[in-house]
Write a new protein. Sequence first.
Length: 364
Amino acid sequence: MEGLVIAILLIVIILLTYYNYRINKNIKNLRGIKQRVTSLNVLQEFMNTIGEESSVDEKIKKINDILIEKYDIKYSTIVIFNGAEYEIKATNVNEKHWDTLKNLQNEEIFKDSIAMAKPKYITVNKDSERLPYQKLEFGRAKSAIFFPLYIDNIYIGYWILENGIPHAFDNIDTTILEVVKDNILSVIKTVSYQSVVESLPRQDLYSELTTSEYLYGNGKKIIDKYATSTVCMFKIINLEEINEQFSRSIGNKIITEVTSFIKENISDEYLFVRYMGPKFVIVFSGIEIDGAAGFLEDLKKNIENIEVEYEKKDKKKVIKEIAKPKINFVISTYYKGTALESLNKKLEEYLDNVDKQESEINSI
């Protein structure tokens, strides 16, 4: 009888052990599923952030905020090398610590990590200790994971996670964090073109207008507030003739007079840029073609009445001549989300190939 009881107890213990094993396994599976779902949600939010109408820096900051919220991270900092120095692109750490955080590439403890392109986990064992890279601070961070960032095998900076508790990352799934790091790199790589575009626009000397690159960066954010807009490209078709007949300084003055008149007579909501050479672009944000056409007809008449006086010495006499601009307009509809640069190319090709004697407002 006693033997039977012992046998039953052993069976119960075995069953309970197996049941406990299954429960733990299911919990781990559920945690893994939860982490994967979280990662998918984070990735989706990353993609949504890329598509937002904001600057590159704002997008990277938004991504960092998503990481902090979704993964319950105490401190997260993204540092990128801008070609001249290391720059903090996003962090939730107090600004007094930034000098330390943007110079971690110089710390011995992280040099191997950068050289080998592998993450580095460091922690302290007691609250009275501090991490090797901390100079003057105590109490803020007691554990950290350092991820070097590489794009196409080129080191571009790092991402560092910190926590105020010792051994805070002992049980964290670094595989998930590696996926997150790869997503950060994808976003940085995706928005790098936007960053270049945002830095390209400059001011034209004679018209004092921004150049065409502005349209594809900050300008497009304004245009895309509306479903449709009217894009007008015009060309001073006799500018080359004016330069040859009078002088280049008179041609430059024509540009100045024409652009000054337009700036005085269009709304601040409309974009006006020097596209290239004698060609200019006006974007009537949120305006239909019919609404812009009548305004452009009046604008054309007024522009072609502009006169720039030129004095030429002929032997002992001073001859006064008048230079007047001649303008050719072409307009088309821009639809939000489509390629503005392709539309401008089509308008440019039209102006370059149309009969030089034509001076009308055409819609294509």
